[in-house]
Each structure stands twice: as structure tokens, then as C-alpha cells.
Ligand binder design. Sequence first.
Ligand code: ADP
Ligand code: MG
Length: 161
Amino acid sequence: MIGKGDQLAREIEKVTGSPEATWDLGRELAATLRAGHVLILTGDLGAGKTALVRGIAAGLGVKGHVSSPTFTILHMHEAGRPGGLALNHFDVYRLSDAQAFYDNGLDELVGQEAVSVLEWGDRVREALPREAIEIKLTFGQEADQRIFKIIYPDQDERGDL
Ligand SMILES: Nc1ncnc2c1ncn2[C@@H]1O[C@H](COP(=O)(O)OP(=O)(O)O)[C@@H](O)[C@H]1O
Ligand SMILES: [Mg+2]
């Protein structure tokens, strides 16, 4: 039956039990990404946002080491091979709101030909495309358990994990 639910955002939940498993999840996710895709990562300090970005970067095969960009706001990683995707890795923890994002000209670096991933992206949500993928990270019951809720926007053509 075709129901109302078909119009709703789709949600997928993944649980990992180690940083390596989160890295693998990032690699899987990377395989579904295309130029211009935007990922908003939310979750407390230590939830595993940067760990997930490491996996995404490995999956895309971009250049450079992924580190926490807390003091730089943005790390740009070039594509690692011709025709490959570049990665713009933001950490907007220190930005107060969407206006600060615009004031720094950062909105111009979202989308385009790269994949953009924003740690704490919900802080500047209004400055980001409506059709962004949102990933909400929370801590599980075990010390190394992390829960990833991946929310795809309405009528999205991207593949599910
Ligand atoms: N399942 C897991 N996934 C990701 N990180 C984990 C996991 N279990 C434990 N960790 C640890 O949690 C921390 C996550 O750090 P980080 O990725 O920098 O988080 P954030 O960017 O959200 O602040 C790391 O110290 C990592 O070793
Ligand atoms: Mg981080």
C-alpha cells in the first residue's frame, strides 16, 4: 500500500561497538555520497563525530589526515584521485549561529563539487541546504557503544545504507 509515510523523511539506525566499527560505517556511508551532498553531525563531545568523518574520508579516498578541526572551523581535503570527490570537513562548535557562518563566507564552501560534513552542524542549520542528511550520535549503554540515527530528507534519491 502506498501510504503517507512515503512522503516522510527516512531514518536508519546503526549501532557500533568500537571506533573501528564507526570507521567502517563512515566508509559505507561514503559509498552512497555524491558531489554536493551535505551531512550534519550532531552529538556531544566524544560521541564519535570525528571518528565517523575519518571513515568517510577513507571511503572517499581523499588526501590528508582527518583531525578535529575545532580550532580551524574547516579542513578542506582534495580528492585523492582524478574524478574523485573532495571533502570539506567543518567543526562549527565555536560559531554562535547561522549569521556567523555567513559572515565567515562558509556557506559558499558548502555544496558545490565537494561532500560537506559539519560537526555540530545544527548550530548553523538555517545556513545549510534543506536537503542535508542529518546524523544524530548518542552514547549507548556500553562504554564503546555509539548509536547513529541517520535521517534522510524527504523524497531523497540517495541509497540507504
Ligand atoms: N563506537 C565508537 N565509535 C566512535 N568512537 C568511539 C567508539 N567507542 C569509543 N570511542 C571513542 O570515543 C571518542 C570519540 O571521539 P571523537 O570522534 O573525536 O568524538 P567527537 O568528534 O564527537 O567529539 C574517541 O576517543 C574514540 O576512541
Ligand atoms: Mg570532533
